[in-house]
Design a protein around this ligand. Structure first.
Ligand code: HEM
Length: 434
């Protein structure tokens, strides 16, 4: 297999393989079924250079896992770099808001990352977030109450956009009186980091990112003044003890990017799960009949259609992966959506099987020292959303012929709308029929 980096001859790229030439994560085919677009790559050219992206693409489960686990030869420093370079206008716009985030866990390397993670992770541990189960269920119930008698809803606008935003704010420690204001600011930052937006759309996103950065600073100042409980207040305590380990920029960035990490990822995960469960119907009916199957179904949906399709690393040295030498300094794209459909690990990987015994082996939360610390919270939210919808609206169905409206985005993946309908007279809970 080739190990040479691509060459440029007379300004033109040297022809790359057909597999590499065809790979474009901004096409509708990729948005529809990312794993399928890399099926051939998994079989015949599992690691290749994409000139379109200037990234080395890794498609097989075991290679993705190897890179995630090797923080000596791979740096996480490029994790939040915009994949599409920002226009000058967008940069200027961000400058007006004083937008200047430094590194924040996800794009830090060892040994600093380990020290910070040890201090900052405890509030997101499963035993801590599980204490929020009652609060999250109450929140979901309140949203479902508003539309259960209507017979028609857009599950994104009516439920899935706001719930993870509010839960994220709660966990961050934002007081109730500020949550209502802050939830309107939460933004589709996935487009900023992973999208291919037009110049005009970039300006719009830059404006939202700038405002959210500013508000994040305000929320941190308020928590410093008034105190609180949660992820950011814990970080404020660390800051007071060790201001070099966690400085003011870090706190502001934790508030901003923590919310992004907690919000859109979970909204999209729930939307993808519901879309596929309802499309295929029999797994949905099985969950309605036996809700104890929901936790494994959550894992299977995260495997089958992840909300974060890929993640990034940068090679710190020449390094061989899957028989290919990735050169020092090169950016690497780990396509978890592809690894999750690798038949060497998952039998009949393209089937959504909610009883799959090894569903939890998916790569969707990453693996290794940077693996997602919000996974217990995301799992809890997804379980509660599925429990409440299967209990109160088992007869829910997708509206035929709808356009799910995926945006051109290499990683953050979820429908913009999810239209559903049902007969309210057939609601199984008597109080929901009134
Ligand atoms: C379904 C929902 C979610 C998905 C698919 C997801 C996915 C990911 C991925 C792929 C990574 C990078 C792993 C790596 O670099 O090895 C990550 C890291 C991270 N996630 Fe999540 N995430 C989700 C929800 C959340 C939530 C709810 C929170 C916060 C409450 C959160 C906070 C974080 C943080 C702080 C990191 C950085 C950890 C580190 O670098 O040490 N995530 N997540």
């Amino acid at each position: 297999m080739s190990s040479s980096p691509p060459e440029t001859v007379g300004g033109a790229r040297c022809p790359v393989s057909a597999v590499a030439g065809r790979f474009d994560p901004f096409t509708p085919e990729y948005q529809l079924d990312p794993a399928a677009t890399l099926r051939e790559a998994r079989a015949s050219e599992p690691v290749f250079y994409s000139p379109e992206l200037d990234h080395w693409v890794v498609s097989r489960y075991k290679d993705i896992r190897t890179v995630f686990q090797d923080n000596r030869r791979f740096s996480a420093s490029n994790a939040l770099d915009p994949i599409t370079p920002l226009s000058d206008g967008a940069r200027e716009q961000l400058g007006r808001y004083g937008f200047a985030p430094g590194p924040v866990l996800v794009n830090e390397d060892e040994p600093l990352h380990r020290r910070r993670r040890r201090e900052l992770a405890p509030p997101l541990a499963a035993e801590e977030v599980n204490k929020l189960e009652g609060r999250i269920r109450e929140l979901v119930t309140g949203y479902v109450d508003r539309f259960v008698g209507r017979g028609r809803a857009d599950l994104i606008d009516d439920l899935l956009w706001e719930v993870p935003a509010i839960v994220g704010l709660l966990v961050a420690g934002v007081p109730d009186e500020d949550i209502d204001r802050a939830r309107h600011y939460t933004i589709k930052m996935g487009m900023f980091t992973w999208g291919k937006a037009s110049d005009e759309h970039q300006l719009e996103i830059a404006d939202q990112v700038g405002r959210w950065w500013e508000l994040s600073g305000e929320l941190v100042d308020r928590l410093k003044r008034d105190g609180g409980e949660g992820w950011v207040p814990t970080a404020i305590d660390v800051h007071r003890r060790d201001p070099e380990l966690v400085n003011d920029n870090h706190l502001q960035n934790m508030m901003m990017s923590g919310l992004v990490a907690a919000h859109e990822t979970t909204t999209n995960a729930a939307a993808n799960a519901l879309r596929h469960l309802l499309t295929q119907r029999s797994p949905w009916d099985a969950l309605c009949a036996d809700p104890s199957a929901i936790p494994n179904a959550v894992e299977e949906c995260l495997r089958y259609s992840p909300s974060v399709l890929c993640w990034r690393r940068r090679a710190r040295t020449d390094v061989e992966i899957g028989g290919v030498t990735i050169p020092e300094g090169a950016a690497v794209l780990l396509v978890m959506a592809s690894g999750n459909h690798d038949e060497e690990v998952f039998d009949e990987p393209d089937t959504l099987d909610i009883t799959r015994p090894n569903a939890k082996r998916h790569l969707t939360f990453g693996i290794g020292s940077h693996s997602c610390i919000g996974a217990p919270l995301a799992r809890l939210e997804l379980r509660i959303i599925l429990e409440e919808l299967t209990r109160r609206l088992p007869h829910l169905r997708l509206v035929d012929g709808q356009d799910f409206g995926y945006l051109p985005n290499a990683s953050f993946h979820g429908p913009r709308h999810l239209l559903v309908e049902w007969d309210p007279q057939a609601n199984p809970v008597a109080a929901d029929r009134g």
